[in-house]
Design a protein around this ligand. Structure first.
Ligand SMILES: Nc1nc2c(c(=O)[nH]1)N[C@H]1C(S)=C(S)[C@@H](COP(=O)(O)O)O[C@H]1N2
Ligand SMILES: [Mo]
Length: 424
């Protein structure tokens, strides 16, 4: 014996007795379901921006045929984006321990020599690099966007979108190759006295290339290790999900960004994304004397002071704000003028068109947005002047903001200055 193998390329280097097909298969099957849901809800999130409607809505303008699936985002149920994006972010965070445990369980395979035995083997290993690299990239960019307002060079959106396609392509190839064997490994149950099955099991165990040839003594069983990983996931889930449930649960979201210890305690009683100061909104521009809403359509342009707006029929709707970052608010009680009534002021009776919304903000990605005709037509879509029985606070968009059912927060433009109706 004497010399212990020291290099990771030697199988003897890896000594955990936990590694083996069963452990890897259980984690792999959880990821099979989880990552598929992440991919679908991620694509859905991009569609919810209505990127085909206008370039300002499009966070990934060079997507080409990868946008083949885009569809017009509906306005109901009102909690639609709350649900899809809450699921996307909460699930992504919950799966982190599973992903890391899965990578750990197969890490010896990344080091096996020779690097390639054949062309097929070389291709398989390249696809594994895309799988591992793509997975780490998607989880890292996602978490950074949620937690840190992002720190990567370039926009989060295209990186996360293209990364998702690369990752998911490698993931599908991997799943097609590995799922049948993983299912067999997990399902295997021996009937008493079934010699054939016993022999098959023994043969499979001998062929288990994930088992360490020279393992250390166990400190925890494989089942115990799985419980540990699952417990980590559960803990992340419980400290994250409250940000998507809102209301009293918001306080349980210890890991959630924004809002500090009392996220519901802000002005108007719900959380703020960007403040008026951050957006560079000058109080002089929002005053009763200075502010005018400029509404344009095919019959011309109308300028309305806030007092004149208040002369129009006011309506209420209970709608949440749901951010791409995964957090959302419970329904808030908004009051204001229907977008379709404003369209009617400039010549669109009955069948309103799309609208382009611009705010007082001069810089920043979300200072303007386009809304589709179905969003304008919905009677719950408002240019809100009040929320929860009070004037809109400066941070929530005073003097007026858009609120549209089922849409991502990005489309709920604050500090609105101009509405331009017409087909976009
Ligand atoms: N003008 C303007 N409107 C905006 C934004 C912005 O940066 N500028 N952010 C949007 C985003 S991303 C979200 S999630 C919501 C948040 O609304 P709240 O701060 O009132 O909670 O406002 C939206 N409206
Ligand atoms: Mo947002």
């Amino acid at each position: 014996m004497g010399d212990l193998p020291r290099l990771p390329t030697s199988p003897g280097f890896w000594r955990s007795p936990l590694r083996g097909r069963w452990f890897t298969s259980v984690l792999g099957l959880v990821l099979l379901v989880g990552i598929t849901v992440l991919f679908v809800t991620g694509l859905v999130s991009y569609a919810a921006y209505n990127p085909g409607l206008h370039p300002v809505n499009d966070t990934t303008p060079d997507k080409g045929i990868l946008g083949f699936y885009l569809f017009a985002w509906p306005t109901g149920p009102v909690w639609l984006y709350r649900f899809t994006q809450g699921l996307h972010v909460t699930l992504g965070i919950t799966l982190i321990p599973i992903l890391l445990a899965k990578l750990w369980s197969v890490v010896p395979k990344l080091f096996t020599l020779p690097p390639a035995r054949s062309l097929a083997h070389a291709l398989e290993r390249i696809s594994l690099l895309l799988l591992v690299g793509g997975g780490l990239f998607e989880f890292t960019t996602g978490v950074l966007n949620v937690q840190l307002d992002y720190v990567f060079p370039g926009s989060f959106y295209p990186l996360h979108f293209y990364g998702a396609w690369v990752f998911f392509a490698a993931f599908v190839a991997h799943a097609v190759l590995k799922t049948p064997a993983a299912l067999r490994t997990v399902r295997r149950r021996l009937r008493e006295g079934d010699e054939k099955a016993e022999k098959a099991e023994k043969a499979e165990k001998d062929a288990d290339d994930l088992v360490a040839p020279d393992p250390d003594p166990p400190t925890v069983s494989r089942r115990g290790a799985l419980w540990l990983v699952g417990g980590g996931s559960l803990l992340l889930f419980l400290t994250t999900v409250g940000q998507s449930l809102g209301g009293p649960f918001r306080r349980t979201a210890l890991l959630a960004p924004h809002g500090g210890t009392d996220p519901a305690g802000g002005p108007n009683g719900f959380q703020i994304n960007k403040t008026a100061a951050y957006a560079g909104i000058d109080a002089a521009e929002t005053s009763e004397e200075a502010w005018r809403l400029v509404v344009t359509g095919h019959t011309g342009t109308v300028r309305l002071s806030r007092a004149q707006l208040l002369q129009l029929p006011l309506h209420s709707s209970s709608l949440p704000i749901a951010c791409v970052e995964g957090w959302s608010t419970a329904d808030q009680w908004w009051r204001g003028v229907r977008l379709r009534d404003l369209a009617a002021l400039v010549g669109y009776e009955g069948d309103p068109p799309d609208v382009f919304v611009e705010s007082l903000q001069r810089h920043g990605a979300f200072r303007r947005a386009a809304l589709r005709a179905n969003q304008v037509a919905d009677p719950r879509s408002l240019l809100a002047l009040y929320v929860n029985g009070e004037e809109l606070s400066p941070d929530h968009g005073h003097p007026a903001r858009v609120i549209v059912p089922a849409a991502p927060g990005v489309l709920n433009t604050k500090w609105v200055a101009r509405l331009t109706f017409g087909d976009l």
